[in-house]
Design a protein around this ligand. Structure first.
Ligand SMILES: [Fe+2]
Ligand SMILES: [Fe+2]
Length: 327
């Protein structure tokens, strides 16, 4: 058995307890379903509620609607993310019904994530602001185009990736919730707030599992973190395409940056947060590779902060997007 597989096996009891603590039972009162968050079109009250939802959404800026649409598309490519996670030996679900804590987590995590795209899709449909067919085509393209998590199937690296990624989605959804609330859209605010809270729980799982790995195998974990940072955390929706704009992901990211939903500065903050969470600077690596990796990751936030400060906003005409409903 490789060192990594041994480490992952050795922390299974702690991961099992962590998964049980973080996951919610489907029947738990605090557990929500997409249907709970939008009006019910089978009742008169619900029909009136849809009208309210629509009039609230009318107040949102086109930019905020576009970022919400991009986030919805990102969430809907969930099959690619479960597939990516399951490609990593030591974490994977070999039968589809494995009882290892990693397999149990990956299925329950996917089941929680599934609600995100669903609820955002319901909101988008009722909001009247979104060209749903363009969104659906983009999702179909994105899942077909695939997603390269760039971990070379290394299980430590994927734990670094998921820690970063869940933290990034947490920031993005919570910022949409905040801005939607400021614009008076209570439906989108509540939806993105609850989705963001899910992402926060998921981030806590991956960061804590990561901490167990850093404690059990500091050198291996430092090298994995440094590798991921060199390759850069790939964005899950990088390969999105709507049939016309070959720069779609860059354009979407630029809008998210410009209105402050997800920025380069946030990426640096996530780097710092993970470094602190994993006590990267206090570890005492035993190998040259471990020491080199430690120096590299400790120096990165400052370097990235300088780069982020130099970043100039680009002009992105909204006409490039097919996602907005024509008024
Ligand atoms: Fe999500
Ligand atoms: Fe997530």
């Amino acid at each position: 058995m490789s060192v990594q597989a041994e480490v992952l096996r050795s922390i299974e009891p702690a991961v099992d307890a962590l998964a049980t603590e973080i996951l919610r039972n489907v029947e738990d009162d605090a557990n929500w379903q997409p249907t709970d968050l939008v009006p019910d079109p089978t009742t008169d009250e619900g029909i009136a509620g849809i009208q309210t939802l629509k009039s609230e959404a009318a107040e949102l800026s086109d930019q905020l609607v576009l970022v919400t649409a991009g986030n919805l598309i990102t969430e809907e490519a969930l099959p690619s993310y479960q597939t990516a996670f399951n490609r990593h030996i030591g974490l994977n679900d070999l039968t589809g019904v494995d009882e290892t804590p990693w397999a149990r987590w990956s299925r329950a995590w996917t089941a929680e994530e599934k609600r995100h795209g669903s609820v955002m899709g319901l909101w988008a449909r009722f909001s009247g602001r979104i060209n749903m067919r363009a969104i659906e085509s983009t999702i179909q393209h994105l899942i077909s185009n695939g997603f390269d998590v760039k971990t070379d199937n290394d299980p430590y690296e994927v734990l670094v990736f998921t820690s970063f990624q869940e933290q990034a989605t947490l920031v993005s959804h919570k910022n949409v919730a905040k801005q939607a609330g400021q614009a008076g859209d209570t439906h989108l605010q509540k939806i993105c707030d609850l989705v963001g809270t899910d992402e926060a729980r998921h981030a806590r799982f991956y960061k804590t599992a990561g901490r167990l790995v850093f404690r059990a195998d500091p050198d291996g974990a430092l090298v994995a973190l440094a590798n991921m940072m060199k390759k850069k955390i790939s964005m899950p929706a990088q390969r999105m395409y709507d049939g016309s704009n070959s720069n779609l992901f860059t354009d979407f990211s630029e809008i998210a940056q410009q209105i402050g939903i997800y920025t380069s500065e946030k990426y640096v903050e996530i780097m710092e947060l993970c470094n602190q969470y994993w006590n990267v600077e206090q570890l005492v690596p035993q190998s040259d590779a471990g020491r080199k990796a430690q120096d590299f990751v400790a120096s990165l936030p400052d370097r990235y902060r300088k780069l982020a400060a130099r970043k100039k906003p680009k002009d992105v005409p909204l006409s490039r997007f097919t996602w907005l409903a024509t008024p």
